[in-house]
Structure formats: C-alpha cells, structure tokens
Design a binder for this molecule. Structure first.
Ligand code: NDP
Ligand code: OXD
Length: 311
C-alpha cells in the first residue's frame, strides 16, 4: 500500500511543490500517494507550513511526522493536538540564500555603499574610505545551520566573527561564546550584529536597550531571524540618537509590516519583506523525501524539533 502524504502547506505552494516532491519521492524509491486533502486517520506524513491548512493535529492518529517547509517553527510548535514528531526545514539552498543576504548586507554597511548611492550629487567625497574587513568585528547571535554558515562566509572575507549560541559550539574560524554569560562579551564592541536566533520564550526581546548599548557606537543591526527578537522601541531610540547607524530588517512582529509602521521611511532602517532566504522546492523536496525514507526505515528523523526548547 502506498504511503499517504498530505501536503498541508497551503494551496499557493501546492503547484510549486507537487512535481519536485513527486520527483524526490521517486528518486528515494518511495511509493507515495500525495494529496492536499485527506482523511486525517489515513495520513502517514504531513508536509506543513505556518498558516497551512491543518489547525488541529489530534485526528492525525497514524501520522509518523509533521515535516515543516520553514526553518522557523514558532508558529507550529504550539498547534493544537501536535504530539507527532515535528521536523523543521534545513535546506541547503535556503542556507545559500541566507549567506548571500547576510554577506551582501554586511558588505553594504561595511563599505558604506548607501552614502554613495544616496549622494550622486556632483560632490567628490574621497574621504569616505572604509576600513578593511579585519577591522570590523561582526557578531552573529545564533550559531545553528544558518548562523554558522553566515559566520564562516564572513570569516573567509577576514571579518573577525564572534558567534553566540545556547550551548557551547566550536565553529572553525569563529570565536564561539555561549549562554547568558557569553552574550555580553559577544556584543561588546560589535560593529555589526546579525540575528539568526529562533523565536522562543527565551529569545524574545533579546536585543534590548542595554544590549544595544554594548555594541560599538554607530554600529549596524541586521535581522533576518524573527521580528520579536528585537525590542523595536529600543532599536528606534538607538537609531534616532545615532547610537546605531542603521538596521536592516527582514522580519517583523506583524507581517506584512503595516504601512504606518515607523520602520517604513525611517532613514536608519531598511525594510526587506521577509525574503532573506526562501525554502527552494527542488532541494527541500529531497530533504522531505529523506525524512520519510528514514521514518519508514525506523531511523531517527533529521532536524527534529525539541518542543520543550521551542526550536
Ligand atoms: P538552528 O536551530 O539551526 O539554530 C538556532 C541557533 O540559535 C542555535 O545556535 C541555538 O543554540 C541558538 N539559540 C536558540 N536559543 C538560544 C538562546 N536562548 N540563547 C542563545 N542561543 C540560542 O536554526 P537555523 O539556523 O536554521 O535558523 C535560525 C532562524 O532563522 C529560524 O528559527 C528562523 O527564525 C530564521 N529564518 C529566517 C528566514 C528568513 O527568510 N528571514 C529563513 C530561514 C530561517 P544551540 O546551537 O546551542 O542549540
Ligand atoms: C523560515 C522563514 O523560517 O522563511 O524558513 O522565515
């Protein structure tokens, strides 16, 4: 009998994923019947995304795993009836995209490119010579799949990179700090802070006024993690006083960011509309297929979320 997979990531993604998932299942040698709608009692695996079509997992009595298409799971972990193993997305193409977004924005701020882009006014400002990368300390909050990859890419460009995580890590080329005690040292004197933490009860409002004050004056914040990681009022105050030079923000407490929000149009803020790194259907489908293969073979799932931890 074929394995039943319900694609419950919403009707918009179904046309994008239907063929790549079918190809990945075939490549993995899996006999799968996949459908966007199914009798919950017959479903073996659910492919899911935040805002997807299932609001209560209790009737999914046979389901062996819920496979999320997103890396972040803060909108999934608490869903009603979710007792099945939950796996988040680790997609090599998503990681590539995030590395490009972070490196691109770090270089933009490091090189002061905005000053040239905004001032094409006939004035020859040859005093705007940036430092070199080795003189610009960067701190990455979150040293998981994405933080470590971004940190290593920046270290290859000679930025002195500090990474911070919950548990101690060793990432070649990076100064690694961990836990509450490591946070202050990670922020002290940082000229660029990149947030790549998951949103949990512990990380909400993590970058607050006191912690921003530890950064170098005139520093930059880049947040492709989650909006609530930053205390918005503290960030705006730091930008308004010049304590921080600029914040490039991809994620927000409310998305889409409401038109009247002070981030829009603020000279010290760049808003990008949650596009830092998308899950790509061909590579993500192979990750989903591998997890189903593992489930069927009785092997441990990849990227399983620890619900108590929240990520
Ligand atoms: P991972 O789970 O691989 O890494 C999370 C990192 O954060 C780990 O290093 C973890 O520490 C650390 N962390 C978690 N809680 C704490 C804490 N309380 N104190 C210190 N460190 C902590 O996640 P990813 O790297 O895959 O993704 C990170 C986030 O990026 C996602 O959760 C999502 O919110 C966001 N994202 C945004 C996208 C966008 O387009 N804007 C796209 C994809 C993801 P430890 O290693 O010790 O567990
Ligand atoms: C994700 C995201 O979590 O796109 O994958 O934010």
């Amino acid at each position: 009998m074929p394995i039943t997979v319900q694609f419950a990531a919403g009707p918009k993604l179904w046309p994008e994923y239907q063929a790549p998932l079918a190809a990945a299942f075939a490549e993995a040698g899996l006999d799968i019947a996949m459908t966007p709608e199914a009798d919950p009692a017959t479903v073996d695996y659910v492919v899911f995304a935040p805002g997807g079509t299932i609001t209560d997992f209790a009737p999914y009595t046979r389901c062996k795993a819920v496979l999320n298409l997103w890396a972040g799971v803060e909108r999934v972990v608490g869903l009603a009836g979710l007792t099945q193993p939950l796996c988040r997305m680790v997609d090599p193409a998503l990681t590539e995209g995030m590395v490009e977004y972070v490196v691109g924005n770090v270089l933009r701020h490091h090189l002061g490119l905005d000053q040239h882009i905004r001032h094409q006014d006939g004035v020859w400002r040859n005093n705007l010579v940036p430092p070199i990368a080795r003189e610009r300390p960067v701190t990455i909050l979150g040293l998981g799949e994405l933080g470590a990859a971004c940190g290593q890419a920046l270290a290859r460009l000679n930025f002195p990179v500090t990474g911070w995580s919950r548990t101690p890590k060793e990432v070649p080329g990076l100064r690694c700090l961990a836990g509450p005690a490591g946070l202050e040292a990670a922020l002290d004197g940082a000229q660029v802070v990149v947030l790549l933490l998951p949103l949990t009860a512990e990380t909400e409002n993590l970058l607050n006024a006191g912690r921003i004050a530890r950064m170098a004056r005139g520093g930059f914040v880049i947040n492709p993690g989650r909006g609530p990681l930053i205390d918005d009022a503290a960030l705006l105050a730091a930008l308004d006083t010049g304590r921080l030079a600029h914040a490039t923000l991809d994620v927000f407490r409310t998305e889409p960011l409401p038109p009247a929000h002070p981030f829009w149009g603020h000279p010290g803020v760049t808003v990008t509309p949650h596009i830092a790194a998308d899950t790509r259907a061909p590579s993500a489908s192979r990750v989903i297929a591998e997890n189903i293969r593992r489930g069927e073979a009785g092997e441990p799932f990849l990227y399983r979320v620890d619900r108590a931890r929240g990520y």
